[in-house]
Design a protein around this ligand. Structure first.
Ligand code: FAD
Length: 385
């Protein structure tokens, strides 16, 4: 197997490197740099120019090279967050023209930030049980109910939400997808304090909150179908060999700078064993990502391997975090708030984040169900083989 990208693509890499050398200096203005990168065709490649993208043909290897080179130069990539990674693809696929014009460009620059209003106290994995309802009155949706675990709602101006608009329809067909301005009196956002001291999550209460009738994406009752295309984007966004590589490299550095009973951690046999096992897993991930890349190049889609990405990635993150805690020792029992050893706080946080990552965007058990049922064709829960 020849893993090189080929002369034409290596030439493209040189051009990207040259652009980065000219246009990016560490600590520079990210927004200004992004504008230049869009103009050069490197960012927002799949998005039409009229909505603020660079509208490039879909070339998977070039996109991959851009990611590699931007990461190497530590240059800003696309703005992160629900808006760019989840709402924009959904609007481009299912939105009205005016919705794309009004919301996509300012979301791409980071000016508009979006919260994801899906989960509710009685509806997480079983999302279709959601009960927040919206009724159409005099050209407006009037919304009542509650969302929970809404990340960064306090910092967001808008929300895309799933709400029940057709109470008499079967549960999957009674849901609509609404865009909502969070800055209004009918909405109460209450932050939730986390074990690591952060307050990233919120409960969001709607009491006769409103949104205009035409701020619906797709038709009434189509919200479930639309949310499915959205969750596909979310799952893809959560995978990625680059993140695993970075995590493993940081873990190696931790082992190199830490001591266990007076010996450098990297020389301790049980640490070496676990590092070697993790390195083997990392290489499996790398070959899996190459197979997926080849399949995409051949127009075959990612298949079952793609369905496994989120689970593999979050299991790996958990194993890295567990080993880091074992290396840090008793210090890892201290809460990140007040953990005094510089650098260790980050690892304790990473451990806690790894627990969250196994839940966010679909729990690990739900991922296993998807792999088994949709990927391997095993019988569904309760179905006879
Ligand atoms: C870091 C983080 C960020 C989040 N951000 C947001 C956000 O911005 N917006 C938003 O809407 N939501 C957000 N969530 C919520 C998230 O989507 C839900 O927590 C998740 O879908 C699980 O739902 P739940 O918490 O109700 O757990 P439940 O669905 O009650 O699951 C509890 C347990 O039962 C298991 N389980 C449930 N059903 C099955 C089944 N059929 N088969 C096997 N096992 C099953 C699950 O795997 C889990 O272990 C976030 C969560 C986290 C952790």
């Amino acid at each position: 197997m020849d893993l090189r990208y080929g002369a034409e693509h290596e030439q493209f890499r040189v051009v990207v490197r040259d652009f980065l050398a000219r246009c990016w200096t560490k600590g520079g203005d990210a927004a200004e740099f992004r504008q230049k990168a869009v103009a050069a065709g490197y960012l927002y490649r799949g998005i039409p120019k009229r909505f603020g993208g660079s509208e490039q043909p879909s070339e998977i290897l070039k996109a991959r090279i851009i990611t590699e080179e931007f990461a190497r130069a530590r240059a800003p990539m696309e703005v992160k967050g629900n808006g760019v990674q989840m709402l924009v693809p959904t609007l481009l696929e299912c939105g009205e023209e005016w919705q794309k014009e009004q919301f996509v460009p300012k979301t791409l620059t980071g000016e508009y930030r979006w919260a994801q209003g899906f989960s509710e106290p009685g509806a997480g994995s079983d999302l279709a049980s959601l009960r927040t309802r919206a009724e159409l009155r005099s050209g407006q949706w009037v919304i009542n109910g509650q969302k929970v675990w809404t990340s960064y709602a306090k910092q967001c101006r808008y929300m895309f939400a799933l709400v029940r608009t057709e109470p008499a329809a079967p549960k999957h067909e009674g849901i609509s997808y609404l865009l909502i301005d969070l800055d209004q009196p009918g909405i109460d956002i209450r932050p939730m304090k986390q074990i690591n001291g952060g307050i990233d999550f919120n409960e969001v209460f709607f009491t006769d909150a409103t949104t205009p009738e035409h701020w619906i994406v797709g038709r009434r009752g189509e919200g479930w179908k639309i949310s499915k295309s959205l969750l596909k984007h979310e799952r893809n966004m959560l995978g990625g060999i680059d993140r695993s590589d970075a995590m493993f490299e940081s873990l190696l550095k931790l082992a190199q700078r830490s001591t266990i009973e007076g010996e450098c951690a990297i020389k301790v046999p049980w640490v070496r064993d676990r590092l070697a096992a993790l390195k083997a897993e990392l290489e499996v991930q790398r070959y899996s990502s190459m197979i997926q890349l080849s399949r995409e190049l051949n127009g075959e889609g990612g298949g079952v391997l793609q369905m496994m990405n989120k689970l593999v990635q979050s299991n790996f993150a958990a194993a890295v975090a567990e080993l880091s805690n074992a290396i840090i020792g008793d210090e890892s029992l201290i809460s990140p708030i007040g953990n005094e050893k510089p650098g260790n706080e980050r690892w304790v946080n990473q451990y806690m984040n790894s627990l969250a990552a196994a839940i966010a965007g679909g729990t690990s058990n739900i991922q296993r169900n998807i792999i088994a049922e949709r990927g391997l064709g095993l019988p569904r829960e309760g179905e006879k083989a």
